[in-house]
Design a protein around this ligand. Structure first.
Ligand code: NAD
Length: 337
């Protein structure tokens, strides 16, 4: 059994904690929180040992009736691997804490790539993280792009990818984010940071990305154009994607026209928090013109990186090979539609 600690219990951290707790070969030894808010309450109700992320705020947990198992240093000492799910930039500040105790650490996509030995996607480069001291699970968007680019490159060769990312302004709980009534080129400069981030996984891939931000909270949507070295037909691409467990092709007859219905579908399916761990690719959008493949996909920013974090734990500890880890993760979480 691998003992796993989760430092930072927000949007990503609470989902990673649940996914770890569901694995047959992992024990969640606790979660570290900065403050005793509703998420700390939920963690306590689930029976997850709570640790204080900031020592001088520990008293506030007792005031709210929440029992602490210790401070974050104690959590790091208990854990064989720590998954850092703190906000962008805090992970890098926490790195010394993990290094002092020689505890392997996993960081999230909001950190710069140099925070970790390797940037990680379970489908594309699992083996590069095997035995490393640290890995950075790339962002939700880079994860979504890596999952389609890896099989496309293996099957047909990718000559160049061009992607426009229409991004949600904030997560549903991020009430301070926007825009409220606008459509922003974001960033206005090209390429957006997403292409270089994809290059942390595929160093030789030719990719240009453009970013936009819209008044939405549910999901991101990618408009994808990949120029391939050969010219498969659209059905061959659909068959290729059908073999990929983390790609869901939205059937033409499903009547799912956007993120709203996708989330409704996920809730109806009984998915925890309405999560969609898979890329959601509109089957009908898959089109090939000569060597050019086109498609639309929606990415659930709050959850697609969660199975990748679980696989990153097994990669760092060498507990399983890529295929075995992905299958174990998916069976335990219920990934695959
Ligand atoms: P979040 O704000 O929802 O959660 C972060 C949690 O960490 C909060 O509970 C916060 O209180 C806590 N925290 C703050 N400082 C801390 C500290 N010093 N020690 C311990 N905990 C601390 O953020 P999030 O959306 O979960 O993002 C976490 C990371 O995941 C970021 O790197 C982000 O870029 C990345 N990420 C986010 C998304 C997304 O859409 N939300 C998607 C993919 C990757």
């Amino acid at each position: 059994m691998t003992n796993v600690g989760v430092n930072g219990y927000g949007t990503i951290g609470k989902r990673v904690a649940d996914a770890v707790a569901a694995q047959p070969d992992m024990t969640l030894v606790g979660v570290a929180k900065t403050r005793p808010n509703f998420e700390a309450e939920t963690a306590a109700r689930k029976g997850y040992p709570l640790y204080a992320a900031v020592a001088d705020r520990a008293d506030r947990f007792a005031e709210e009736g929440l029992e602490l198992a210790g401070a974050v240093d104690d959590l790091v000492a208990e854990a064989d691997v720590v998954v850092d799910c703190t906000p962008s930039g805090i992970g890098a500040e926490n790195a010394a804490l993990y290094e002092e105790r020689d505890t392997p650490a996993i960081y999230q996509g909001g950190e710069d790539a140099d925070v970790a030995d390797v940037s990680f996607n379970a489908r594309a480069n699992y083996t590069e993280a095997v035995g490393a001291d640290s890995a950075r699970v790339v962002s939700c968007n880079t994860t979504g792009l890596s999952r389609i680019l890896a099989p496309l490159d293996e099957a047909y060769g990718v000559e160049k990818a061009r992607v426009t990312l229409v991004r949600r302004g904030g997560d549903p709980g991020q009430t301070g984010r926007g825009p409220i009534d606008d459509i922003l080129p974001d960033p206005v400069t090209i390429p957006s940071h997403h292409g270089p981030d994809v290059n942390t996984i595929f160093p030789d891939l030719d990719i240009d990305t453009l970013g936009m931000k819209v008044p939405a909270t549910l999901m991101h949507t990618h408009s994808v154009n990949v120029t391939l070295e050969s010219s498969p037909n659209a059905d061959e691409v659909r068959d290729l994607f059908a073999d990929e467990t983390r790609l869901f092709q939205i059937p033409a007859g499903a009547d799912i026209d956007g993120s709203g219905k996708l989330k409704e579908f996920a809730h109806d399916a009984g998915r925890p928090r309405g999560d969609l761990w898979e890329n959601c690719i509109w089957e009908e959008s898959i089109t090939v013109e000569g060597h050019d493949l086109y498609l639309f996909q929606a990415i659930h920013q709050e959850s697609d990186v969660v199975p990748e974090n679980v696989d990153a734990i097994r990669a760092l500890t060498g507990a399983a090979d890529a295929a075995e880890s992905r299958t174990t993760t998916e069976d335990a979480m219920g990934v695959g539609i």
